[in-house]
Design a binder for this molecule. Structure first.
Ligand SMILES: [Zn+2]
Length: 359
């Protein structure tokens, strides 16, 4: 935990940056143009002619995040970095959720696909990993920032199995997704609490939500669509990863009342992009994570970030870190590689080459 001070300083910096920009503004900083504009491998060689006295350095650590040469024998999560602006004015949205998990024996599970243009960014990042088949694709809930990119992803990769939460949503994006599933005759099943499946030989995936009946309540308008999000935990040896889409505090409360500490996980994707609609005290306490990842174009809530930090977690955000790789050999120790380069003048404790080990 020696980097705690660094991360806290980083957070303060991120908040300043977030406050300075317009909503949805992602133009600040040295955002990784290598993700969408150039392909993998370009970042190290793409520097233009140097002036005298300038030091050559890679644009960012995109290549390290997406290098899969060390993945064998490890459960690895990559929290993808989606930057394309979609819509205009106040309606403009950028980041959606999309994370890819690879098992020690090379099986690939994608959870969510980002918004519509995000599908191309997801595709680019999967291609950078050398993925040609997605064995399992989970769509946590039918909102556009989670399923919008599905059509593009499905057009680019073979897909073994699709899992949805069963909420038939009234939107063009949702219908396009279902039509694509039908067009490609993809196996598609509904997940609910109590379900479980394996990702390869050694990773177990347990489903904790939605509970049977939740989907009807969502459809009837009694429960918000976000509270129908698929909640699940991946376990490999002593290591564990949690993901539950955009659950609100109501949904989190239902989980903590039902399962208590049984949902504790080392690595947690913050609910609802790290916003304070979610990530309540009871949830954070039940999870007691070592690592919490916020998938958004800013630090959505300082309160939430501080809550995770106070609970003992290191926090990472797409906005400050770009894409984030977290991998483990199943021993409860996590190797983290972030994409973006920090300003070492402001953050002298920046981990060397964006790399940090958390145990
Ligand atoms: Zn969302």
């Amino acid at each position: 935990m020696k980097h705690k001070l660094f991360w806290t300083s980083l957070l303060a910096l991120a908040m300043l940056t977030a406050c300075a920009g317009e909503p949805g503004d992602i133009s600040g900083g040295q955002s990784g143009t290598s993700v969408s504009a150039s392909g993998p491998g370009d970042s190290a060689s793409g520097s233009s002619a140097l002036k005298e006295g300038e030091i050559s350095q890679p644009e960012d650590y995109f290549d390290l995040v997406f290098d899969t040469s060390q993945d064998q024998g490890k459960l690895t999560a990559r929290y993808l970095y989606l930057q394309t602006i979609y819509g205009t004015g106040k309606e403009a949205v950028t980041t959606g959720d999309s994370a890819v998990y690879t098992s020690p024996d090379g099986m690939v599970m994608l959870v969510d696909c980002g918004n519509v243009p995000g599908g191309q960014e997801v595709t680019n990042q999967l291609l950078a990993m050398g993925v040609d088949k997605i064995d399992v694709l989970v769509l946590s809930h039918p909102h556009a920032d989670h399923v919008g990119g599905f059509v593009t992803v499905a057009d680019n990769f073979e897909i073994g199995q699709v899992y949805v939460n069963g909420h038939e949503y009234d939107s063009g994006t949702y219908r396009a997704m279902m039509e694509k599933i039908e067009e490609l005759s993809l196996p598609c099943e509904v997940l609910e609490a109590g379900d479980a499946f394996s990702l390869g030989e050694e990773v177990q995936v347990q489903v904790f939500g939605p509970t049977p009946g939740d989907t009807e309540e969502v459809a009837g308008g009694y429960l918000d669509a976000n509270d129908g999000s698929i909640a699940m935990r991946l376990t490999y040896g002593q290591s564990s990863f949690w993901t539950s889409g955009d659950l609100y505090i109501t949904g989190e409360q239902a989980l903590t009342e039902r399962y208590g500490q049984d949902i504790a996980s080392d690595v947690v994707k913050m609910n609802h992009h790290g916003k304070d609609t979610s990530n309540g005290k009871d949830f954070v306490q039940a999870m007691s994570p070592k690592i919490a990842v916020g998938m958004f174009d800013s630090v959505a809530s300082r309160t939430v970030a501080m809550r995770y930090i106070a609970g003992g977690a290191e926090v990472f955000y797409n906005s400050t870190d770009g894409a984030i790789r977290v991998s483990t050999a199943g021993d409860g120790v996590y190797d983290v590689q972030i994409q973006k380069i920090r300003d070492v003048a402001v953050l002298p404790d920046a981990p060397s080459e964006g790399h940090i080990v958390i145990s």
